[in-house]
Design a protein around this ligand. Sequence first.
Ligand SMILES: [Zn+2]
Length: 134
Amino acid sequence: MMAWTHAAIGAAIGPLAPDDASAFTVGAISHGAADLIPHRDFGMNVELPLLAVIMVYIAWRYGVRSKQFWGAVGGFSPDIENGLVLLGVLPRAIYPTHTKKAWYIGHGRKVRSIVPQIILIAICLCVAELDKPD
Ligand SMILES: [Zn+2]
C-alpha cells in the first residue's frame, strides 16, 4: 500500500488501542496486513508529498497527542525502512512484507489503479471521526 493509505488505516484503528504507544503498535502491525492486499505503490517523489498531506491533516484534525495520530505514525513507520533502503542508508529491509528473506510473508500483487486506495482512505478517515478527541 501507499504510505498515506497506511497512515489512514492507522488513524482509523489507533483509537481502538488503550494509549498512544499501543496505537502506534497496532498501526505498525496493520501495515503488514495492508501490504498483503493487491495494490499500487509509487516512488518517493509521489509517496512523500501525499504522506505529508495526510499527516498534516491528521495532526490538524485530531492533534499530535491523539491515538489517531500515533496509529497513523505506526501505520506508515515500516515504510521508513523502505525509504532508507532506497537511499542506501540500510543494506536491506527486514519488515516481513518488505523483504524476500527469512520471515517474508508476501506482498500483494500489483494493480494499476489507485482508486481502491483512495476509497479506503476516505472510509478510514470517516472511521477515525467516530472517536475524535474533544
Ligand atoms: Zn509496506
